[in-house]
Design a protein around this ligand. Structure first.
Ligand code: Y39
Ligand code: FE
Ligand code: FE
Ligand code: FE
Length: 231
């Protein structure tokens, strides 16, 4: 498919308006990749039988981080990492608490389902409206995010009976946080030509498919998804 050249998208990647929005969205992605790197190291300790595979995923996450740092430098944007740390603090805290309690199901729901689906939705929506440099990087990254989501799906499917109750509780505690996160970046995403409706739609499709692959019924998925609405 022919790619639109940058000027045809009607976005001025060098404008102060675009760069200001990018300083926050780029920081979110950099911080998210850093936290994903750390989360997979933690998961490797919690799941010794999958240790090597999870370390491999953690290394991919640090490569993703480096790629997105390059995207920021390319546009001469300084990422607002303080904003990004605050942005992730809710999910970060819940992951840390679950890990300390050895709740591997909750950790997998937060990182491998919720955060990976959020990343896949955001990257898919970003690719067609990204500058040429960032588009190439993001296309490479999103392919790998599907494999991270797949790890969580396979493990949770194999352990579905024992995991089901904990998954429901973890979904209820964490899905509303994602909606609040999306609301927080709606304006910046819009400046970058990423519409909130499209982000929500893509997220719900990925997340619903993941829940279905794990073993939840359509009825369960409707109920689980509804918790997002009480954000
Ligand atoms: O597994 C991963 O690599 C995920 C950590 C990265 C998170 C990406 C978060 C993207 C949210 C961007 C919001 C833009 C509207
Ligand atoms: Fe990643
Ligand atoms: Fe930390
Ligand atoms: Fe990932």
């Amino acid at each position: 498919m022919p790619q639109l050249t940058d000027e045809f998208k009607g976005l001025d990647f060098k404008s102060e308006t675009y760069k200001d929005a990018y300083s926050r969205i780029n920081a979110i992605v950099i911080e998210g990749e850093q936290e994903a790197h750390e989360n997979y190291i933690t998961l490797a300790q919690l799941l010794p039988e999958s240790h090597d595979e999870l370390i491999r995923l953690s290394k991919m996450e640090s490569r993703h981080k480096k790629g997105f740092e390059a995207c920021g430098r390319n546009l001469e944007v300084t990422p607002d990492l303080e904003f990004a740390k605050e942005f992730f603090s809710g999910l970060h805290q819940n992951f840390q608490t679950a890990a300390a309690e050895g709740k591997v199901v909750t950790c997998l729901l937060i990182q491998s389902l919720i955060i990976e689906c959020f990343a896949i939705a955001a990257y898919n929506i970003y690719i067609p409206v990204a500058d040429a440099f960032a588009r190439k990087i993001t296309e490479g990254v999103v392919k790998e995010e599907y494999s991270h989501l797949n790890f969580g799906e396979v493990w949770l499917k194999e352990n579905f009976t024992e995991a089901k109750a904990e998954l429901e509780l973890a979904n209820r505690q964490n899905l509303p946080i994602v909606w609040r996160m999306l609301n927080q970046v709606e304006g910046d995403a819009h400046t970058m030509a990423m519409e909130k409706d499209a982000l929500v739609e893509d997220f719900m499709i990925q997340y619903g498919e993941a829940l279905s692959n794990i073993g939840f019924t359509t009825r369960d998925i409707m109920r689980l998804s509804a918790y997002g609405l009480i954000a």
